[in-house]
Design a protein around this ligand. Structure first.
Ligand code: SF4
Length: 475
């Protein structure tokens, strides 16, 4: 699949001699969550230093720049923008100095009331430096009249609505917070006295930190030197809204998110898909890498041999030179190459995790047919994607989502597949657990957390924004 992108990965490390190095490694593991910019703020004896840059983690940092980020606590951020434009001014973490010292903030998610809060803050004299919704939290903390920083952080977080996982670094503590609905994942790991908080557990694995637990929905934890972790508050909403797209696509398969291995969840989706929509094929393969586990589950359930029919090139830099002459499907060809010996003369079943605009699917089907496939059957390990996301994932507006415009058969005809079928909601939740604990608004149109009008232009295409919480699930 190519289309929806997760906007951010965050990592925080405390009580480590070279905290920035571990944050760097954590960001490296979370590179899939954002490739637009990367940044680290490191804290050293009451002072903080930031380095942010455009591009991949390995492009933004080198040994010398990491050396300069001295300190025993640090937070970092990988960004793929969903709010604010892709400029360095919008790279995170945000770092400011105010009357209580420095304040650094890294955010994953999307605040649905950012516009209202920003207007109120600007009316009261705040001067914003970026177009990011994240900056409102900084201003809210700085403007708070609470007698302690703990209370100021809690008061500021109280005013936010939407999807967020935050890391907030101050001279004496690291705060980690998850919104009351638990849209985005956030995990805590430990190695000795060193505490690591990260969007996904794959970041903990890389630095050898042992997973301890997730930050719970509505929980704010405070990490202080010596590996002390205290819950400042735990006030979950009445309903949970864990983003089901994390399990379908965003999280790395080797991560455990929302208490479940993403690889297991996807394998389960593949099995359910094979049960619901078997295909007359000779072999099955994935669109690597995001649907590998789903294809394995499909093969397991269907008894079809699992093959590697498409090979993905992992080394496409941002600067590769486009051919001067038009090459049909170049964008897909540069990424995937079909294995002719696997495909030729075969009825192939291709498992993908989702379809966004349908352009990639069309190009893939053409590639596979050119490699000699007799028949091409597409199986999608999620329900049809029909709505935008207001909770931090960059999904195009409805007019660009092919499943919002066409039936499965029409999409099959458009992309040139012999058949195409999607996983049902029932099948999805048999694989990932209770539906009422998840958000699936981009599939169902059921926005369980209200969104302020005009949150973005996509709203013009979306008639079903809920005005309250919760509403009955389903479509
Ligand atoms: S709308 Fe879709 S992508 Fe957005 S939070 Fe809900 S499930 Fe995730």
């Amino acid at each position: 699949m190519s289309g929806p992108r997760e906007e951010c990965g965050i990592v925080g490390v405390t009580s480590h001699r070279r905290a920035a190095e571990w944050v760097y490694l954590g960001l490296y593991a979370l590179q899939h969550r954002g490739q637009e910019s990367a940044g680290i703020v490191a804290a050293n004896a009451g002072n903080a230093l930031a380095r942010r840059g455009m591009g991949l983690v390995a492009e933004v940092f080198d040994e010398a720049s990491l050396e300069r980020l001295e300190g025993t606590a640090a937070i970092g951020h990988n960004r793929y923008s969903t709010t604010g434009s892709p400029t360095l001014a919008n790279a995170q973490p945000i770092l400011v100095n105010y009357r209580d010292g420095f304040l650094a903030v890294a955010h994953n998610g999307n605040l649905v009331n950012a516009r209202t809060l920003r207007t109120r803050l600007e009316d009261a004299g705040s001067i914003f430096q970026s177009t990011m919704d994240t900056e409102v939290l900084v201003h809210l903390i700085a403007a708070s009249r609470q007698p302690s920083r703990d209370l100021a952080v809690l008061e500021a977080l109280d005013q936010l609505a939407g999807a967020f996982s935050f890391l907030i670094l101050t001279p004496d503590a690291l705060y980690a917070a998850r919104d009351p609905y638990g849209f985005r994942p956030l995990s805590v790991g430990r190695r000795g006295e060193t505490i690591v908080v990260a969007s996904e557990t794959c970041a903990l694995d890389l630095v050898g930190a042992q997973f301890e637990r997730e930050v719970e929905p509505g929980e704010v934890i405070k990490v202080t030197p010596g590996g002390n972790v205290a819950t400042l508050r735990h006030e979950p909403a009445d309903v949970e809204c864990m983003c089901v797209f994390e399990q379908i696509y965003f999280a790395r398969p080797d991560s455990v998110v929302f208490g479940m291995s993403a690889a297991d969840a996807r394998r389960g989706m593949g099995r359910e898909l094979a049960r619901e929509h078997p295909a007359n094929g000779d072999c099955v393969f994935s669109v690597p890498d995001s649907s590998n586990a789903a294809a394995a589950g499909f093969a397991e359930q269907s008894g079809l041999p699992l093959e590697h029919g498409l090979i993905r090139n992992h080394y496409i830099g941002r600067t590769f030179i486009q051919p001067a002459q038009d090459v049909r499907d170049f964008g897909v060809k540069i990424k995937y190459n079909p294995v002719t010996s696997v495909i030729k003369g075969q009825r192939v079943v291709i498992v993908d995790d989702s379809i966004v605009r349908g352009t990639t699917s069309g190009a893939l089907v053409r590639l596979v047919r050119e490699a000699g496939a007799e028949e091409v059957h597409l199986r999608i390990a999620s329900p049809p994607l029909r709505h935008p996301c207001y909770y931090g994932i960059d999904i195009p507006k409805r007019s660009e989502l092919v499943a919002a415009q066409m039936s499965s058969d029409e999409i099959a005809a458009r992309v040139g597949a012999d058949s195409l079928a999607y996983l049902s909601f029932d099948g999805l939740y048999r694989a990932v657990g209770a539906r009422d604990r998840h958000c699936d608004a981009c599939f169902s149109g059921n926005y369980r957390v209200s969104v302020e009008p005009g949150i973005d232009d996509k709203a013009a295409f979306e008639p079903t924004i809920a005005t309250g919480i919760p509403s009955p699930l389903g479509q």
